[in-house]
Design a protein around this ligand. Structure first.
Ligand code: BEZ
Length: 286
């Protein structure tokens, strides 16, 4: 749930030198234009099936709406997000709840939580192996993970439109550095398995997501892709994004609305119960 803060007025090179990833997200734009991120996350809250008093770590909590819903269901929550601005907003909105700035791939929490919850975040977090290990470390024995994020094929048409726009303008596709990690089910099961987590449910599904307003796709591109269009002047980036909108129109503008071609990977996992391995490398009950 991280949002680019729209620092379009700054020079691209100096902006990248000075900022940290956590500085890129704008809570006001998030609540105003992209509230669908946490609205669509409500279904995932039901998957958690919170038991009273459970300790839940919400990774990528953004402005805290889903963290608060977990707390309403009786959980003792900690929300973390890489963005200091988002965390400040979350603390203001929910002063009784605990929020901290934190990077999911560098967490240093040991065996404290019953559940690690994460909505619309893990596609930003790399290396994914590190994030998986840190989530596993944060869980008590018997704890579980409930997560949803962009899976294989996520924003394929949007990415293709950007690449096409770059080609059309005689710029190489390598000017777009894809920042997202969008695994298949099999890849993510392997990653969790390496962290001694057993997957209990996995579902990859398409969820075309409406983008608000007649400039919906343009706003989305400005917010999420600008930092990854490298070595281009801001005005050139603007033209690339306008061209990408034209390219995507046939596929993503439907009945008067823009859609993002989101594909979600919803996954639940639990800490491993089987611990010993036989000569064949397969797990045996202890
Ligand atoms: C997503 O939720 O899938 C997403 C959000 C922003 C950029 C890319 C993907």
């Amino acid at each position: 749930m991280y949002l680019w803060s729209g620092l379009q007025h700054m020079n691209q090179t100096s902006m990248i030198a000075d900022e940290t990833p956590g500085d890129r997200w704008n809570p006001a734009l998030y609540v105003e234009r992209h509230s669908f991120v946490y609205e669509l996350g409500q279904e995932l809250i039901e998957v958690v099936n919170v038991q009273p008093g459970e300790r839940i770590l919400d990774i990528g909590c953004g402005t805290g709406q889903l963290t608060a819903q977990l707390a309403e269901r009786g959980a003792d929550v900690l929300g973390i997000d890489i963005s200091p601005a988002m965390i400040e907003e979350a603390k203001n909105a929910y002063p009784d709840l605990a929020f901290e700035v934190g990077d999911a791939s560098r967490l240093e929490i040991r065996q404290s939580f019953d559940v690690v919850f994460s909505n619309a975040t893990l596609h930003w977090v790399t290396p994914a192996h590190d994030a998986a290990q840190r989530m596993a470390d944060a869980l008590k024995s018997g704890g579980r993970i409930v997560a949803e994020f962009g899976g294989s094929g996520n924003v394929r048409l949007i990415r293709a439109a950007i690449c096409q726009a770059l080609e059309d303008m005689g710029l190489g596709q390598e000017k777009f550095e894809n920042p997202w990690f969008n695994p298949t089910i099999a890849e993510y099961v392997m990653i969790l398995s390496h962290a001694d987590l057993d997957v209990t449910f996995a579902h990859l599904f398409e969820r075309p997501t409406p983008l608000e307003g007649t400039d919906g796709l343009h706003n989305w591109l400005e917010m999420f892709t600008r930092p990854y269009l490298v070595d281009l002047k801001p005005e050139v980036v603007h033209t690339v994004l306008k061209r990408a909108v034209e390219v995507a129109r046939d596929d993503l503008f439907v009945d008067g609305s823009w859609y993002a071609d989101y594909v979600r990977l919803r996954i639940t996992a639990r800490t491993r119960l089987l611990q010993s391995q036989g000569d064949d490398g397969l797990s045996r009950p202890v």
